[in-house]
Design a protein around this ligand. Sequence first.
Ligand SMILES: [Zn+2]
Length: 1014
Amino acid sequence: MAEQYGDLAAYQGLSFAARKRPSSDEISTNIAKFQAYDNDFCALPDMRPLEKAIKKRRRLAKKEALNDGSDLEETSGSDSSESDLDTEDDDDDGDIGLGFDNDQENDASGAENAVGEPMNLADQEPNKTIRDNFYKYTVKGKEKFGSLSENHVRAIQLLTRLRKTRAPLESYESIMGWHLQELDEVTNSGLVSGCKEAFIPRKKLFSDLRQRYNMPEKMYSQTTTITLPSSNSRSDIIHNDAQAVFQQLLTDPRIQAKDYLFYGDNPFNPPPARLTYIEGLNTGLCMRETWHKLITKPGKQVLLPCIWYYDGAATCQFSDRPITAVRLALGIFSMKAREKDFFWGTLGYLPQIRQPESDGRRMLLQSGHHDGYMMHQEYLANEANQGNQKVHKAQDLHVQLNVILKSFLKLQKTGFIWDLYYNGKVWKDVEFVIFTPFLKLDSAEADKACGKYGSRTQGVAHLCRYCHCPTKNSDDHMADFPYKTAAEIQALVEAGDLETLRKISQNYIRNAWHDVRFGQHNGRGVHGATPMEMLHAILLGVFLYVRNMFFEQIGLSSRTGREINALSKEYGNLLTRQSDRDFPKTKFGKGIKGGKLTAKEYRGILLNMSAVLRSTAGRSILRAKKITTKTNPTDFNKKGVLDDWILLCETLLEWEQWLKSPKMKTKHVRALVQKNRYIMYLVKKIGNRQAGMGLNTLKFHAILHMADDIMQYGVPMEYDTGFMEQGHIRTKSAALLTQKKAEVFDFQTSIRKEEMDLLDLAQEEISGRKKWEYYEGHYFPDDAPPKVESPTTGGGQIECYRDQNGVISFEFITKFKGMDGSVLETELIEFVVSLSEKLGNLCPKNLVIRTLHKRNGVLFHANAKLQGSLWRDWAIVDWGDDGELPNRIWGFLDLSVLPPNSGLSHGGIDNIQPGIYAIVESAAYIEDEKEINRSNIFVPVRKEVDVMEHGNVVRAKLYLADVEAIVAPVSVIPDIGGLPHDYFVVKNASQWRDNFIDWLESDPVHDVMEPMGE
Ligand SMILES: [Zn+2]
């Protein structure tokens, strides 16, 4: 807590800062100090003495970034050459950006609009510039752009290829040069000058494309230099103008009608009054209620939700230079559409705060070294708007965000007019009303965005950024504390009430997001608009705790622990080789006990645990565990303990699976409120976590807010950053193409990203979709219908026959590795040979067993030996009156040569018809209620056998089954330690989801929560 105290002390005037500028006397109280800072923290530091020098430096950096040190364009001289892309006003880049109001001096802060209150839109004329500018561009495009020249197409294709291979930027010039020279020599016709004309330098190409696709340089990659109030370091913020970003997002030629998300296919339609299901953002309460508050002119206005995302995407080996793009997507596009990169615009980049460098510079200044004098003026400029106060370090991020948000806030205030091409027609003069439903951030970034303490230790008053739950109550499954609201936090900050802020773990900062208009359905503002990352929190929080608690109870290094781990490893392997692939990964080299695992892998871990807990062997190992100790007090012999653990693991698996649904019924989400409390109760009661802070953690407490977040913003997929992993890949690869020099890194990344976008747009044009033909709509070839594959039979071939001596035998017709020494069961060979003999003349050759069958995209293996071990898949077979039963497949026979109504009987089938048949063993469901009720996922079955001796199966019972009767793949694992012919059918992930829905629909009175003992 020392750090927090330090900051508070600073605010109270006890500055710990080593150096003080002469104090400004007028700033006397905390409030005044803060307000003074507040008023001008957007302003640039006073840099007049340095202005020239800095501007020059920046110009150089910019030039360097654009050229990347390559000066080929100068030698090639084709900069001035005529190209069909050149327009007559090439020298005037103002034409393209025409009308864009790019005045930096305008006050863009929307701070005067208090959060939570609808803004008075009537007195603000909506911005028309974005539309007018674009319209002019389309007219110009049709008049002047024509088709891309052959030379341009060639240059675009080469650059696109190079970008994919991440080749250095310079390689374009050298490869193109080589290519043209070769061409020249081959055709032997052109002169060097001809070659020159064909050669388009990279810089020239991109400047042509910028015009062609209306991405004028002056709207993009603008630099604003600010001094960060806390770290005192200077920071160059690269940002793009929101007007250009919106225009780009609305006119990308890759947008299709199906990407839009309007109520009833009409942009002006109001949200439906009642919805029985929840999908994306537009089905949540936030957007539906905000619509009614903000849309004052129905039939003219359209609500435009803006979703924000940023994340420090570490750029591989240069992880000390993380690039964090602040990105924005429009909620009028569907959740699915927003999975694609081009639905996300970049508003700016959050630079890394380079504290050490600034500190180092300060040391140089203080040392009195002569070189230090040279920097003195610069240093003063840096400190200019600091006063003598120490500002909390959390403020720096918000100051950076303020710069990036500036042009957005201006538009948020006015909204803008747009001509929307949608569903084959242009909807003229649509007025977009901007609001922000939520920020899509990971937990740490979300805390910072809310100005909440990042620390998660015991000493922190609140763990939760949403509500007033004290840390010590975070594990309370019945907790119910009021939400934090924007007005409340803002009032505390404005009053300088540091003590109260500290008590609710909020930083004393001016929050940049308080200027942004969030949902008007409640007053929570940003403090209710960073939905908890449920899926991630569940996997890496709750699932991880449960695994650890299980081994804590067993004793981590005990013999029992080792045996359970070994058993789980075996089950992991068995679960991997199944025809049904709808399972998480279960194979872990080191078992489930330890090892480094990714979030997603915890699903497989819990499934393995459930299998072990359900198996006869697992249960007897756990029951045999000798004594319970203080650290692992659980007695697995106690009635119900094992089954409780199964209930816990399985409920969690089913819960997570359901939460990943793209669509949920509203009544289920309502039921989730109570069911989530029960899940928390199960984890607490059964897991009994002792380690660390027990279950007083944010990840655990966050479960309480889950149902509400879904109600507000849609299904978890909509805002869980796990689904964004793809999203910033473009930024990442753009960053890899830079020179990695600190000063120009963000700038270069920004330029490279723009170039990638330009190349994408060029590819679209090559495919016939020209950006300037927006008003006419773009043509997309129909998606090819999915191919229907007919079933095939293949794999290995095993011939079964009776030799001259009357002995049955077999031979592999196809050779494969590891087949030597393979054996086959006598009953299988007998089964096939006796069928062969029944066929007689109908089938002159010996029958051959095939080992693979594929139908409906599913592979069924029937191998006595595949990659060294047995792999015989199971399938559900429809046995008519006997029902659909799990069957194990031993092989496939092609009997299509048979005549219809052959009159033959074999393997349980009378009057065999021509066709492909599987040789199978059949199993039946065990009807013992007690065994069935132990688990929701593992269903006990028993295999039918021919001969049992001394408790062992000595002869399997084989049947013939028409492959057309195969209903579905299925996963079946042996009950290790149980009877030799006992198995479990393992329900797949989509069945877990159905299980969870059944539970949601069940009466909550069955979920009895006993009071928790201390
Ligand atoms: Zn909370």
